[in-house]
Design a protein around this ligand. Structure first.
Ligand code: MG
Length: 389
């Protein structure tokens, strides 16, 4: 959203390359801490209150993948053979409703922060162009082989970052007028060739460009440090006794059996234990607090309702289920043949994948109430994770 009185600013994400230095796969489609690099870059601009519209310029081969990954608000344009051609495609994609200003960003810099975006934008109040930069602090050496030929003075040298921001008409004209041989290194180069006034604003070390495989690890480290994780664990335990019936329902799967389990709801002891584990991780009491057995509306209820509610409470508080482990304790029926179906059923209810939901069983060596076949017990553990940005 843009202040009605202020200038309109759009963003172009440049992702047209093939990323050959990372083994041929364009790194912007790789997962960085669980999210594609390009999605993180897009989110930084989509969430910024000063940006109206975001265009991602991708290689024609990647257009389908990009559409599947990026939110629908992002316009997708296909890029040219060079970075400059991709930027021109992005500028053209904005020409139907041209902005006052445009921020051109390497999609391979997913750690761009809102302050840097704001500094570039603000500098455009008084300049044709603005770009973030970081002073070079390491000594610089010149070498053509592994032999150091000599030091290069680093005074007055800066590392260029993006987004590079410009007045839209000025940078569009500068790109159209570029006639030097070869491809420009970036948009500041194009702007300077056209005689535009471009100012430097402070960049951020963490706004690194993912070029080598090692950069991905560094970016993940930086994300880890900037994003504290809240990990919660809960356990649940439940028992239901056998009664008349011809089947038991365990972890959402109906298993024909000589007896049933008695209880107020469908008596799905496994699902109840898991629901309690999730509620326990959130310190939200237990299943009985949310679904009082005294309330007749839960009589014979499908326990999926309980588990779904626990999952909703978790996501409402910003947690996702990392994994769960359910153990059913009984002599009969045999659980093994149904364990995979149970895991798949629970995963479907919880909106996750079966590899995160373990269902297993044990007997109690004919000891105690489970050993005597008087009922079935279940224990469950759940881990919930929240990443607070
Ligand atoms: Mg129960």
């Amino acid at each position: 959203m843009t202040d009605a009185a202020g200038p309109v600013t759009d963003a172009i994400l440049v992702a047209g390359g093939k990323g050959t230095r990372m083994g041929g796969q364009n790194k912007v489609y790789r997962l960085l801490a669980g999210q594609p690099v390009i999605s993180r870059s897009a989110a930084a601009f989509l969430c910024h209150p000063g940006i109206r519209r975001v265009v991602a310029v991708v290689a024609a081969d990647d257009a389908e993948a990009a559409r599947a990954i990026l939110p629908s608000e992002v316009t997708i344009a296909t890029g040219g053979a060079s970075r400059a051609a991709s930027v021109r495609a992005g500028l053209a994609a904005l020409s139907d409703a041209p902005p006052d200003r445009v921020l051109i960003h390497d999609a391979a810099r997913p750690l761009i922060d809102r302050e840097t975006i704001a500094r570039v934008s603000e500098a455009l109040d008084t300049h044709d162009g603005a770009a973030p930069a970081v002073a070079v602090t390491d000594a610089l050496w010149r070498s053509e082989t592994d032999r150091i030929e000599g030091a290069v003075p680093r005074d007055g040298l800066y590392r260029a970052q993006t987004p590079q921001g410009f007045r839209y008409e000025a940078i569009a004209a500068a790109h159209a007028g570029w006639d030097a041989p070869g491809d420009p290194a970036d948009d500041v180069t194009v702007a300077l060739a056209a005689g535009l006034d471009v100012v430097m604003v402070p960049g951020e070390e963490r706004n690194l460009k993912l070029t080598l495989a090692a950069d991905m690890r560094r970016a993940e480290d930086l994300l880890g440090k900037g994003t504290p994780m809240d990990i919660r664990m809960g356990n649940g335990y439940d028992v239901h006794r056998f009664g008349p019936g011809d089947a038991v329902i365990l972890c959402g799967i109906r298993i024909p059996h000589g007896r049933g389990l008695s209880g107020h709801s469908d008596a799905d002891v496994g699902m109840h234990a898991l629901t309690d584990a999730i509620l326990g991780a959130l310190a939200e009491g237990d299943i009985g607090r949310h679904f009082p057995p005294s309330d007749p509306q839960w009589k014979g209820a499908d326990s999926e309702i309980f588990l779904t509610r626990a999952a909703d409470i978790a996501s409402g508080r910003g947690f996702r289920l990392s994994n769960a482990d359910v153990t059913l304790i009984c002599e009969e029926p045999k659980i093994g043949p149904h364990a995979a179906a149970m895991s798949a059923r629970l995963a479907a209810i919880l909106g996750t994948t079966p590899d995160r939901i373990s269902v297993k069983a044990t007997t109690s060596e004919r000891l105690g109430f489970t050993g005597r076949g008087e009922g079935i017990a279940a224990i469950a553990t759940a881990t919930l994770v929240s990443e607070t940005p």
